[in-house]
Ligand binder design. Structure first.
Ligand SMILES: [Mn+2]
Length: 246
């Protein structure tokens, strides 16, 4: 079975506070493109799908009816992230065992992170987003917010605090009981291999589909072979126009 795993879309209403930066049709087209390309049997939305710290679900659905209807279709498996933790939909994790007994465990990954993994941290986060929303009409506040965001994502510069070790430590602990661990949350697409008790272990992070990127993982559950997907709106538009021209 081929899985497509994506996370951290942070779908918004399309206002100046939002970080999704896709239009509905193009994003759906992108998912469908990879579904066909890799003969995907199941799609996992690994948390932080909706930005419910800034908006209500009702606001998002009203702004993007097409995309919300598409994603809530039963063919997607939805997992909870820290930005949609209070949502009524979504499971904590998804776990399957293949025919050779290898275990694949998928979760959003905020439990590795003290700020999002406990009640006080989440409360603080909500408070910060509340302040941000109140100041979203001030251009310098929004510039500041997006500058910090892009710095943390490593888009404009390599972030000072490229904190992978935290998640690696968490992943190593989890990998005692599974063979493949897939997290999201850090917005950093990456993969690491190690060996434990004569078994090959894989930690993969599925990156993010925010800020106009499309990152994710294709995993074959039987062979455990995988591909990392890394695209942007721009590169997709370019390849589409090439196809049309040809
Ligand atoms: Mn998260």
């Amino acid at each position: 079975m081929n899985l497509l795993i994506i996370s951290d879309l942070h779908i918004d209403t399309g206002d100046n506070l939002g970080i999704f930066q896709w239009n509905d049709e193009e994003f759906i087209g992108c998912i469908e493109k990879f579904r066909e390309l890799y003969s995907v049997n199941r799609i996992i939305l690994n948390g932080d799908i909706f930005e419910l710290l800034k908006y209500s679900f009702y606001e998002i659905r009203k702004a993007r009816p097409l995309l919300v209807r598409y994603l809530l279709n039963s063919k997607f498996i939805i997992l909870k992230g820290n930005h949609d933790i209070l949502n009524i939909i979504g499971k904590e994790f998804y776990r399957i065992t293949n025919s050779s007994g290898q275990v694949i465990h998928i979760e959003h990954g905020h439990n590795a992170d003290w700020l999002n993994g406990n009640f006080l941290g989440r409360f603080l986060g909500q408070f910060i987003f509340f302040l941000l929303k109140r100041t979203s009409n001030l251009k310098f506040m929004m510039d500041l917010y997006f500058n910090i965001l892009k710095r943390n994502e490593g888009i404009s510069v390599i972030p000072k605090k490229y904190n992978t070790l935290n998640y690696l430590t968490y992943a190593l602990r989890k990998l005692k009981e599974c063979d493949v661990l897939i997290l999201g949350h850090t917005h950093k697409l990456e993969s690491h291999h190690t060996y434990y008790m004569n078994r090959k272990k894989r930690y993969i992070n599925c990156g993010s589909c925010s800020l106009g990127r499309f990152e994710g993982i294709i995993l074959n559950t039987e062979t455990l072979e995988y591909d990392l997907i890394k695209e942007t709106i721009e590169s997709l538009r370019k390849s589409n126009s090439l196809t049309h021209a040809g």
